[in-house]
Design a protein around this ligand. Sequence first.
Ligand SMILES: Cc1ncc(COP(=O)(O)O)c(C=O)c1O
Length: 331
Amino acid sequence: MNNTTRVYESIFEMLPNEENPTPLVRINRLNPAPDFPLYAKLEWMNPFGSLKDRAAFEMLKDLEDRGEVGGGRGLVEPTSGNTGISLAGMASVRGYPMRAVVPERVPLEKKILLKIVGAELDVVADALCPVPGQSGGTINLAKTHAKAQKDRYVMPNQYENENNVRAHLRTTGPEIWRQTEGKITHLFVALGTCGTVTGCSTFLKERNPSIKIVAVQPTEGHDVPGLRNLKELEVTKLYDPKLIDEVLEIDYELAYQRVLDLSRKEGLLSGPSGALVFEGARRIAERERVGFGVMIFADNVFKYVSSMLRHLPQLGAGIAPPELTEVSVTF
Ligand SMILES: Cc1ncc(COP(=O)(O)O)c(C=O)c1O
């Protein structure tokens, strides 16, 4: 592995760490406060396209170390897409089977991507992010598979697995500290399993307790795949409110507008999750005026073309079949 020439012997060597971090890119035209620089951490530069590569690898490595996978045994996981894509990509390279159980509202692009990287797929009527305790829900179905087919599947369970947090303690947090030379004053992050916020906050606050951790959440009933509103967080055991200084709620429709702004003004083709985080960061920069912010941009927009079309139907004018550009299209 050579991080200067970027020649790698396998996809696993590409995974980020302090010596090989994902990039930080400064926001220029869209930052309202010149003394509060904002940097986007481009997690789509992970090999399978999202920040979830970090947690997926840490969980997979732990299962390998404990001899839980191999010999025909692989993984089953409830996922709103990104974790499944990361796990399936890595499992396929290693030669393990991977079964992803996804809610039906997950964008078609993510479902197809899961198949492209080799996952078996169960599509289930469930909330956009998996909900616990629902018979027939994604979490229960994944657990049922893991129980009924013990010789074929083990479930990493990203919502309870400490390795999800450890991934960010070991990589994302140290990368941000080093890349900002300790200048960071605010970290802006969205909430899914909360592995990212818990791991990064623990690491950064240990280095400098005055660093503010700002969670940005979409309004209830949102359509931003991968994210949770605080009211939906009972599913995850990795959420610790003591590690979050402020929670900002942003109208999720605005996230879709910000995808366009970031693409057109900054050349950053962020997905709606990063765009929501950006809107939260922009408001804090405007309010505080002085600081140094890092925003986690979890993935890019390519997986969300159908979501974009649904929320910004004018994008399809003249090129997409009319039924796809109806604002009223629900799913
Ligand atoms: C697009 C996107 N953004 C943000 C997150 C949140 O990350 P975490 O699960 O570490 O809270 C996820 C998680 O799946 C995601 O898919």
